[in-house]
Ligand binder design. Structure first.
Ligand code: BGC
Length: 886
């Protein structure tokens, strides 16, 4: 049997997606698992076929597209080039590949994707609402339809602003929560597509939709259902206002959700439930017509200005549920629950109580005393829910249109006794898949990694948010400049980041300016120049996922943003800044500055100018990629001018250091390669001195923390980076952990009270990407986008006995496990098919290195450096310096 076989077929980064609206979908697959195949396999050619049915493909009739045999190793995001696609159609595809011997694999399994509504004119439905409104309450929409002839398939296309829940015949459709993903609704509104074939009954059907305020503030609904009958006829059901001309009547009412707000919480009065409102209640003596008479007629409302776009991101879901780690009874009817970890989500309540009993639920990240929550840091978010019982036996409830950042929950008004089912912790986030694993012999590093992952997981809610608890929860561009690489190592963010780049582009003004947060809600315009994340996230998508779509789409917009920054420069210096290297340890911040968080020692012009240089360099690379040679030349020239101005202004040749000589100034210069070769050694020495001055602790804020660890490890000072990363005293990640943190703090200090002190803030989490990149050594290679080649360059450190890490690359999983036993080094690792690992082990004696697989024949370019293709390998050797264990 030929093991060389394509697996894990994805269309637009997803398996069998329904309702995507690109007219040019892209196909990816991985090569066979390296467990099966000995070594070195690469794909030499591929063939993709697309058909309108599975049967067509099986009969070898690819009626939409046949790429025919293409001599290419490409297996990531191969673009469809067939007959134009139609809306609302399912297409089937398969692929086969050829190996180095020119042998073709079998055809892969057949996969499919389905288009959504490709044109705005495909939307017949109208937005409906109830303009008189019920202040603060969620709206309940209801409609009925009858099915008389058998159904072959049915699809629903739906959006509801701010958030909606879609129900059919009494059951919730899908497991999305807090849908749709947040966008600027005046630009784009996301809709979801559902296969509802099984949910439709023959005869009467009832549609229900509950719509909350979300980020829109006023509930409105849009729904279009297409039912294809077995006889080929079609029934369309769509939201529309008014009775007279309507084919379907839509009713609206308020209901049990009395108040709902993302920040403040949800108040639910179960006595107001309308039993059977979303299903045909044959037991109810009151007929449907009677019930509807008690409802209002929904009216057509003005459509938001944005276009409707398929929600091509992982939906927000309840991704995990668990019992609280601890429960303390505070009084006869009040309890304090400890989730065991800080998170984003809510609780599910399950209890019996007499009608009219109200349970109040307050959420907080920390405790003021052993029995008291501290909600001081929540700013304007109330973070409180309530539930009023209807008194009908066991009642189960969880909120629909809010979420909270919390570890502790105080529940009052709950008549006992309670049991372990009474309160359940629900973690809620964008359901992106985990993508990496990092484990080491150092317990503290493992705890840091867990803390970063939990913070990241708490801050993915259709955008990357800054925090999940206070009245903020925004997509801050400055934080993302240093966070996105960490995010990518830990989660599969190809789709979510792609969407967020569009969110940023939506904020762009004609002058090229973008805003500090996207969607724009808070902060300034123009954004702080450190907001390189607009351009850089697109570059990461290309490097890590091989996806250049964001570059192709926004290359021009990226240029306009950089031009906006260039216009603010004076003699090559960008002296415009709002946050700079934000929130360093207190002693290093300007007292009295915004939240006492602006760096005292790192000139803001240095930070801004360096980030401008960085963005120009990204444009040089992107220009080359998109074939804009003149653009690339221009940006190179501009980058050179910025580089020279930076050095002229900030290099102090007397002190041989940048600016004040602090960690951030030197680390930033080194990380962005702003240091001329002649100054390099001095700059590194100055950086080391700045670390020694702080007794091997950091003095950096959200940005330079990343640059500090990277600059040290990239410039021969890895041991020092390791020492900083594993500190347990203030300021350090170990200090956070020693003080009970389970997610990253916003400040290095253990801050409490009403000042800025989120306890779940991923902006300081770049230590995790540093661990993957330098301790495990798994590094992307910009010249091999999408891991068509990558680096494996682990860097041991004194005290580390082993590291085990994996990263799920587009080519397949990469594993690396190394261990040290006195002077012996051993590394077991795997390289997926269709890529090459560039291995560099300079800390060993090159002549001592041995490959355990006898057949292995790596290409060795220079001693201790290898290039090797697919396979599982073990390499052993002797360390230059025996590691001392602590
Ligand atoms: C956000 C931070 C962000 C900062 C910039 C804060 O309110 O929470 O994540 O870096 O604003 O000013």
């Amino acid at each position: 049997m030929n093991h060389f076989h394509p697996i894990e077929l994805r269309c637009e980064h997803s398996t069998n997606p329904i309702g995507i609206d690109t007219t040019c979908p892209r196909f990816s697959w991985s090569g066979p698992s390296t467990d099966l195949h000995p070594t070195f396999q690469v794909q030499t050619a591929y063939q993709v076929q697309v058909g309108t049915s599975r049967d067509q493909l099986n009969r070898d009739i690819p009626d939409m597209w046949d790429s025919e045999q293409v001599e290419s190793g490409e297996s990531t995001l191969v673009s469809y080039k067939g007959v134009p696609l139609e809306s609302r159609r399912r297409y089937y595809w398969r692929v086969r590949i050829w190996d180095t011997k020119g042998q073709s694999s079998e055809w892969s399994d057949i996969k499919h994707w389905e288009t959504g509504l490709l044109e705005q004119t495909d939307w017949i439905a109208k937005w409906i609402g109830y303009t008189a409104g019920w202040n603060g309450q969620a709206l309940y929409f209801r409609s009925r339809f009858t099915i008389e002839s058998p159904v072959a398939q049915a699809r629903a296309y739906i959006s509801g602003l701010g958030y909606y829940e879609f129900r059919l015949n009494g059951k919730k459709i899908g497991n999305h929560v807090l849908d749709p993903g947040w966008t600027d609704y005046s630009k784009r509104i996301l809709y979801a597509s559902y296969d509802i074939t099984q949910a439709i009954h023959s005869g009467g059907n009832v549609i229900g939709a509950i719509v909350g305020n979300g980020w829109y503030g006023m509930p409105i609904l849009l729904l279009q259902i297409h039912i294809l009958h077995t006889d080929g006829s079609e029934t369309i059901i769509a939201t529309e206002g008014g009775h007279s001309m309507s084919t379907t009547e839509w009713y609206v009412s308020c209901g049990p959700i009395q108040q709902n707000s993302i920040y403040d919480g949800e108040h639910f009065d179960a006595r107001k439930e309308k039993e059977g409102w979303d299903w045909q209640d044959i037991r109810n003596p009151m007929g449907d017509a009677d019930r509807e008479a008690m409802w209002q007629t929904a009216v057509e409302v003005p459509a938001p200005a944005g276009i409707l776009v398929a929600q091509d991101i992982e939906p927000i879901e309840v991704t995990n549920r668990w019992e609280p780690a601890k429960c303390t009874q505070l009084s006869s009817d009040s309890y304090l629950f400890d989730a065991g970890v800080n998170l984003a989500g809510w609780i599910r309540l399950q209890a019996v109580a007499p009608a009219g009993t109200t349970v109040n639920i307050h959420y907080a990240e920390t405790l003021a005393s052993s029995h008291q929550l501290s909600q001081d840091n929540l700013q304007k978010a109330a973070q409180s829910d309530s539930y009023t019982f209807k008194g009908s036996g066991m009642e189960i409830w969880e909120p629909s249109f809010t979420y909270h950042g919390f570890r502790y929950v105080k529940v009052t008004g709950l008549p006992g006794p309670i049991d372990k089912e009474t309160v359940q912790i629900c973690q809620v986030r964008s359901s992106v898949a985990p993508n990496g694993k990092f484990q080491s012999s150092h317990h503290l590093l493992n705890q840091i990694q867990e803390m970063v992952v939990q913070s990241e997981a708490s801050n993915l809610h259709s955008i990357p948010t800054d925090c999940p608890q206070r009245g903020e929860r925004l997509g801050w561009l400055n934080d993302m400049t240093v966070r996105s690489e960490q995010g990518i190592y830990n989660f599969h963010l190809a789709r979510l980041y792609r969407k967020w780049i569009d969110d940023i582009a939506d904020t762009q003004d004609t002058d090229g300016s973008i805003t500090d947060t996207a969607p724009f809600k808070w902060g300034k315009r123009p954004a702080d120049p450190v907001s390189a994340s607009f351009i850089q996230t697109a570059w990461h998508l290309c490097t890590y996922y091989g996806d250049r779509n964001a570059i192709d789409t926004h290359y021009h917009a990226f240029g306009k943003w950089v031009d906006c920054l260039l216009r603010m420069t004076e003699e090559g210096l960008l002296n415009y800044s709002s946050w700079g290297d934000w929130a360093p340890p207190k002693a290093h911040a300007i007292k009295g500055s915004v939240s006492d968080a602006v760096s005292k020692e790192t000139p803001s012009a240095l930070v801004s100018t360096a980030h401008l240089f960085h963005q120009l360099n990204l444009l040089v690379k992107m220009g080359a990629l998109v074939g804009d040679k003149d653009g690339a030349t221009l940006r190179l020239q501009q980058a050179k001018e910025i580089h020279d101005a930076f050095n002229k202004t900030f290099w102090d040749s007397n002190q041989s250091t940048y600016a004040s000589g602090n960690q951030a100034s030197n680390a930033i210069a080194l990380y962005f390669e702003l240091v001329p070769p002649a100054q390099r050694e001095d700059c590194i020495a100055s950086l080391v001195k700045a670390v020694e001055k702080e007794n091997y602790h950091l003095s950096t804020g959200n940005l330079a923390t990343k640059y500090l660890l990277e600059a040290l490890s990239l410039n021969g000072q890895h041991e020092i980076a390791y020492r900083i990363a594993t500190q347990e005293t203030y300021p350090s990640w170990g200090y956070m952990l020693a003080n009970g943190a389970t997610t990253l703090w916003e400040r290095w200090e253990h801050a409490t009270g009403n000042k800025m002190n989120s306890h779940n803030h991923p902006m300081l989490g770049s230590v995790s990407s540093w661990m993957y990149r330098h301790l495990a050594g798994i590094q992307a290679n910009e010249s091999g986008p999408g891991f068509s080649s990558f680096y494996l360059e682990p860097k041991p450190a004194v005290g580390l006995q082993h590291i085990e890490a994996s990263y799920n690359s587009p080519k397949g999983p990469i594993h690396c496990h190394w261990q040290i036993d006195l002077e012996k080094f051993r590394m077991d690792f795997s390289v997926p098919t269709n890529t090459r690992a560039e291995i560099h082990l300079p800390f060993t004696f090159p002549e001592s290195l041995k490959w355990e697989q006898a057949s292995t024949d790596p290409l060795s370019k220079k001693p201790g450096t290898y290039s090797i293709g697919a396979g599982h390998y073990t390499i052993t050797g002797l360390l230059r310096q025996p590691c001392v264990y602590t």
